[in-house]
Design a protein around this ligand. Structure first.
Ligand code: ATP
Length: 613
């Protein structure tokens, strides 16, 4: 039921966090409070905030020791009624009094204001601080004033920490008021939010974003074409710090804290529109629209990563803390807001103070270095000295054959990238070609500098190293295992030259290792269905005394046939196991096709070389 969403949210919240409780009087009175606080015994200033629901985790998720003592929840986007606010005040306010922190909306101001007057007449000490941090609209704002946005959460934290430190009501209120005057916020939206049970507005068309939005679905200050994320972030920061509006008293050389607030809890996927833009540029569309598996946290972190250097370099500010996450949301509206607060030691101390409020971020406290310098990669113990690695000046005949073979095999994989991806998009996650391509291009590159081609065992080991470095994915680790096993086998052979029998044994050792670690064997619809028949034919033909390059060719034909036969196999390994038999029958296993392709190309290259000589 639409009417029950807030009640049900609160029920889930208090079930999740043992430190939270709700007031009896539910469902009319929707007050979340600290389970350990009672007005009869509470000896600190109570800090209460609240407002309409639909902005979760604000405000109920910020109730906890060190932050809010209680949160008063209205219905979705509707200010809570006076009686609920009063009930909350009476439940948690002891002799030290209470501070009400109110986001600046007419309804909230009136309801909280009236509740405060009533509470005072009942003998409670009450102060109110109104937060209006919106920087999107130019002054004057008439009697409505500036909207209260995510900056309120920072004010809540500062007031909560001041109260927890035992300050008087006047001092807690003064700190909260000062903080509210130091913070500015502006939001950007890509979609309009939907009220539960209502139809989504189509105000914002595709390819558009809204600048300077509110958090209740009201139109923003301007609609603009989508822009790359750094352009959007830069625009928003300029607007907040504008010397024309002069909304925040922040000037060059100041210290600030930054909040990147995710406005959305769930985001629509506009993949078709998204493809009209350049994905490679990591444009705004890409990061807001969940393409390529981006997640809300990923998007917000991307915005944070752009905002910090911009504040440092463009605005000359020292960024002391960065809070990135979902703090004050707006149902399903897609977007984010940026808040900047001028910071000093007192504000930082309060922001850093510990709290049990479940949605206040952990791990943000403490001084940040002005710039992050990456930790150097620790050297691997098995790393060889540079002299033992490297392309020899002169290639032996076998070194030359090896080079040409590696080149042919890698190029076959490069050429097959798109088809592999196409097959994998039907039976896997669509990246088999890209994964294999990464490995193949790294091999082609590394071969020029690092492969000691006259030493076949070490070269195979280096191929494994190239793969390990870049490939990833299931096939990456399996090919790394494949190379390691071949290396171990070949290393036991003579350095000067490897016989075809030794190559065949190395192939068998590799297959055994892949099978051992991956758990698959013949008929599982994997790369092994190309490699196992290939190895069998190679052994058989060599034992029959046939010329090695012909044996290799015949074996590669078995690889191709094996790979193609995977079309008729049920998958027993990898992602394909989740795919229906009808879809599986429409394409071969991409990993098997990739294995057959490089193997076949290698065989043809060897044959050409021996025919030519
Ligand atoms: N257990 C296994 N043993 C051998 N080969 C396997 C096994 N599981 C999967 N494969 C092969 O790996 C190929 C898929 O490789 P790919 O790198 O695309 O893996 P993935 O499942 O997409 O994994 P990731 O999500 O890690 O990228 C399959 O087509 C199959 O040939």
């Amino acid at each position: 039921m639409v009417a029950d969403v807030v009640t049900e949210f609160i029920e889930g919240l208090v079930e999740t966090y043992p430190g939270l409780q709700f007031l009896d009087g539910f469902p009319q009175v929707k007050v979340v409070l600290r389970a350990d606080v009672s007005s009869a015994t509470y000896n600190k200033v109570a800090v209460i905030s609240g407002g309409g629901s639909g902005h979760e985790p604000a405000h109920a998720g910020f109730v906890g020791e060190g932050m809010l003592t209680a949160a008063i929840c209205g219905d979705v986007f509707a200010s809570p009624p006076v009686d609920s606010i009063l009930a909350g005040i009476r439940a948690v306010t002891g002799p030290m009094g209470c501070l009400l922190i109110v986001t600046n909306y007419t309804g909230d101001r009136l309801n909280f204001g009236l509740a405060a007057e009533q509470a005072k007449s009942e003998g409670y000490k009450v102060e109110i601080v109104i937060v209006g941090d919106d920087c999107a609209l130019p002054p004057p704002r008439g009697i409505a004033g500036r909207r209260g946005l995510a900056g309120t959460i920072l004010v809540n934290k500062i007031a909560g920490a001041a109260a927890a430190a035992g300050l008087s009501l006047a001092d807690v209120a003064a700190e909260a008021k000062r903080a509210s005057e130091m913070v500015g916020t502006m939001g950007v939206a890509l979609s309009v939010c939907t009220l539960p049970g209502q139809v989504t507005s189509d105000r914002l068309g595709p390819g558009k974003m809204e600048l300077g939005l509110g958090i209740h679905g009201e139109p923003g200050a301007a609609v603009a074409d989508l822009q790359p994320v750094d352009v959007v972030v830069s625009h928003v920061l300029k607007q907040i710090l504008s010397t024309e509006t002069n909304y925040v008293p922040i000037t060059r050389g100041n210290r600030v804290v930054l909040m990147i607030n995710g406005i959305d809890r769930k985001v629509p996927i506009y993949v078709q529109e998204a493809y009209a833009y350049s994905v490679m540029e990591l444009n705004f569309l890409f990061f807001m629209m969940r393409l390529l598996g981006a997640t809300p946290v990923m998007e917000l972190m991307i915005a944070a990563g752009k905002a910090v250097p911009n504040l440092q370099l463009e605005h000359g500010l020292a960024v002391e803390r960065v809070y990135t996450g979902s703090f004050m949301t707006s149902l399903d509206m897609a977007g984010f807001s940026i808040s900047i607060m001028k910071a000093d030691e007192v504000i930082l101390k309060h922001l850093d103070a510990t709290t049990k409020a479940p949605h206040w971020p952990v791990g943000v406290d403490g001084n940040r270095p002005p710039a992050k310098i990456p930790v150097p990669m620790p050297p691997s113990h098995s790393m060889k000295s540079d002299e033992s690695l490297g392309r020899p000046l002169q290639l032996s005949q076998q070194g030359h054959v090896l080079e040409v073979t590696i080149e042919a095999a890698a190029e076959a994989v490069v050429n097959l990238r798109d088809r592999l991806n196409e097959w994998d998009s039907k039976v896997g996650d669509g990246d088999c070609g890209s994964t294999m391509y990464r490995g193949a291009t790294a091999i082609l590159e590394d071969k020029k500098k690092y492969y000691p081609l006259n030493d076949a065992a070490e070269t195979v080991n280096e191929i494994g190293a190239s793969i390990r470095r870049v490939m990833g994915g299931t096939s990456g680790i399996l090919y790394h295992i494949f190379c390691k096993a071949a290396y171990a086998k070949l290393k036991a052979s003579s350095k000067s030259g490897i016989t075809s029998k030794q190559w065949a044994e190395a192939l068998e050792a590799s297959i055994a290792a892949v099978s051992k670690y991956g758990g698959a064997t013949a008929g599982y619809r994997t790369m092994l269905d190309a490699l196992i028949p290939a190895a069998a034919v190679l052994q058989e033909r060599l034992s029959a005394g046939i010329d090695p390059s012909t044996a290799f060719i015949l074996s590669s034909e078995a690889a191709i046939a094996g790979a193609e036969s995977t079309k008729h196999m049920q998958a027993q390994a990898g992602r394909s196991t989740y795919i229906s038999p009808e879809i599986l029958a429409s394409v071969p296993d991409p990993g098997a096709m990739a294995a057959a392709a490089w193997y076949r190309a290698a065989a043809l290259a060897v044959k050409d070389m021996y025919q030519a000589s």
